[in-house]
Design a protein around this ligand. Structure first.
Ligand code: ZN
Ligand code: ZN
Length: 134
């Protein structure tokens, strides 16, 4: 049994379909992911077997590979939203969890590169949770 997932960027130009299952889910706190996402960590799903199909807006998809590193991301040229990317010469599909419009049924496996986390990224589970704007 193989599942299907659908996702899109914020402006809606880019839409995609993922056929297959995710094997790993990592929250990466490395300095590149923090800079790239502008946040505490990236939240990426990985699959060595799932396939990616662009449903619309493929001409809007841009790739950035940080020189001399394996850090690579795809994003929408109009809104900058993170998009799925084939890594390791196409062997591994990386899907930013936040780009998906369908539910993700696996839980994160680990916080990785935790030694590189932001100074303010400490005991965040204790921070008050507000339903909407404070
Ligand atoms: Zn967009
Ligand atoms: Zn990272």
């Amino acid at each position: 049994m193989s599942s299907k997932h659908y996702g899109s960027c914020l402006c809606g130009a880019v839409r995609f379909e993922i056929a297959g299952d995710f094997e790993r889910f990592y929250l990466c706190h490395c300095e590149y992911c923090r800079k790239d996402t502008g946040s505490a960590h990236a939240a990426n799903l990985f699959s060595a077997t799932a396939t990616l199909q662009w449903l619309s807006g493929e001409d809007q998809v841009r790739v950035f590979n940080l020189p001399s590193t394996r850090h690579r991301n795809r994003f929408c040229a109009t809104c900058g939203s993170a998009l799925p990317d084939l890594q390791m010469n196409g062997a591994l599909l990386k899907v930013p969890a936040g780009s998906l419009d369908t539910d993700v049924h696996i839980r994160p496996d680990a916080h990785i590169f935790f030694a590189s986390k932001a100074g303010w990224d400490e005991a965040l589970e204790k921070v008050p949770k507000v339903a909407k704007l404070p």
